[in-house]
Design a protein around this ligand. Sequence first.
Ligand code: SAM
Length: 218
Amino acid sequence: MSEIPSIDDFRAVFLKYTEKAFRLLPKIANPNILDIGCGTGVCTIKLASLTDGIIIGMDIDEIALNSLNDKIRSAGLFNQIITIHGSLLNSGFEKESFDIIWAEGVLHTIGYKKGFKACYELLKPEGYLVIAEAIDKITRKKSLIPKSGFELYNQVIWEKGCWWNEYYSPLEEILDRLRKDGVPITLFSELIKHKNEIAMVKANISQTDTAHYILKKI
Ligand SMILES: C[S@@+](CC[C@H](N)C(=O)[O-])C[C@H]1O[C@@H](n2cnc3c(N)ncnc32)[C@H](O)[C@@H]1O
């Protein structure tokens, strides 16, 4: 069979929403951007193509950061992206350091209240916090947005069911094909790690509906 895709290749199908959300921000010259919970940097690399600002990718997962560092090296982006191993909750940055904080799929892990508070402190006045989260979860926590000092500036609603249609269903198909073709598991161990998520998402497709929320510090 042709080359086995990486999990980052699957993740990349949603970069269209990252780009849409970024383009809804007002133009900021040379912004300082913190990509918190950047993981392997799929969004970080995309952001670098959309801005001339400096991006700091921060994550508690050192292995994921190593993968981002490889991407930075091969794309020659060391002048634009810096990676830091650390937590949003103990970042060591000075208050009001950033124009934009990008946080895709991370604040629900940290906890919205703590996460919003930390981002509020790190953002410059009138800075922007862009989060990508399950609509279900944010709808339940909506009141935290003004309580944390933000207003909803804009949003990008992802296509309904897209986690299933564009990510987990194609992943399931590829895993089935690899098994059928007798490809050794060691060659796709990175993909098979996500096997349990497939059944979970299939059973709760609507709960995975996602949006980018662009929050402005007020
Ligand atoms: C679902 S992944 C999202 C990765 C990437 N933003 C994306 O959308 O592809 C969540 C990431 O948040 C990171 N993370 C969790 N808690 C964190 C914290 N307190 N500070 C920084 N990163 C954290 C995890 O290690 C993981 O890489």
